[in-house]
Ligand binder design. Sequence first.
Ligand SMILES: Nc1ncnc2c1ncn2[C@@H]1O[C@H](COP(=O)(O)OP(=O)(O)OP(=O)(O)O)[C@@H](O)[C@H]1O
Ligand SMILES: [Mg+2]
Length: 408
Amino acid sequence: MSNVLRLTIVDPNDSTRDNLKTALLGMDVVWLEAECSRYEFFADVVGQTNPDIGIVAMDDDPEKALALVARLSRSTPNCSVLVTSSSSDGTLILQAMRAGAKEFLTEPLRIEDLAAALDRIGSRQGGDGDSTSRNSRVIAVAGATGGVGTTSLAVNLGCAIASDEANTAALVDLDLCLGDADVFLDTIPDYTLVDVAQNVSRLDFTLLKRSLTKHSSGLFLLPRPIKLEDVSLITAEDFQRVIGLLKATFSHLVLDLSKSYSPVDHVAMAMADDVLLVTQLDLPCLRNTVRLMMAFEEVEGLADKVKIVVNRIGLDESQISLKKAADTIGREIFWQIPNDYRVMSSSRNNGIPLLEQAPKANITQTISQMASVLATGESATASDAGGKSSIGRLFNFWGKGQETAKSE
Ligand SMILES: Nc1ncnc2c1ncn2[C@@H]1O[C@H](COP(=O)(O)OP(=O)(O)OP(=O)(O)O)[C@@H](O)[C@H]1O
Ligand SMILES: [Mg+2]
């Protein structure tokens, strides 16, 4: 992968150094360049290996470690220093930060905290506007009503992203009661989201990856629980930690949300870079889209991430026009997916993704193009056309009755 962070570590304590190494070795986004057991030699090691990140474990000798951090920030400013310590003393944290540390982590390390710190450093090093940011991209796929095509899109988007060798992608099925992503991929998984969520504090990256099922397309799947009674065992907090772990090991995550907009769905949207809201060109769907957008506008930062995807274009003559839909919703349409029931239903019934089942079909090409735009994170943030509340437009729209022009 091109977006790997190169690391060196110094820790005179063999046991904590080994723990850190084990945690790091399971992460795809990390390459361990060198390890060192003496503070005295570390500045030279960093000078020679020129890593992105230097991890300094402070416990063995905090004073020496602080002096080392200060030296590193002078001699190798391009190397971001991350320090670890079993002390949560505010003075020590302040001293470390003043010496030039970019991140301070408390021992015993929580793997998702380590992953999040590396992610923050990676995105800072990616720089403003640098499209090669090391951040993992998270795409949440939500729907305006049941059966609108959320899972069809999430599964095939995930496969399209995974088909690019530069990417590592995982799909998480968040329709915790009735999810069917495993059926779309014809897999019988050994583990589900409930196993991973319940063991999140004990999991390392290697175990995490082993708990996911790898499809022949390259896409990894984390399915919904098998037993209905296990659904309540997945808390929003555990799920947030699972996403933290997954972000550290996959370049792309696709989250297939439920239609209940539960706390878990909200965590998914909060952690996503893009939220695709799938809708169709009929009145119930558009009404729900407006209602959902109104709710999303109340959550800081959420509405700006939403991209409207219109599915099943050309389904029937009575479809509302795209322009009318965009006016009603008050946003541009990000992507249009054609109606192709024959291809889509045979793909679903056979458990074979579109790229394999019908690689040349228009619907497959459309989803692949969307995947390449979303995968790079280059897509512009959906703009709020006019910035006005969409309520007025909605009433206006109902008042005038349904327009039945063709899509434009
Ligand atoms: N672009 C499309 N053209 C034709 N049929 C489609 C298209 N997208 C989805 N479908 C069909 O619509 C039905 C519902 O799709 P899907 O299961 O993906 O929706 P969903 O929103 O995930 O549903 P649920 O609310 O049950 O989770 C399926 O039969 C699928 O084959
Ligand atoms: Mg679904």
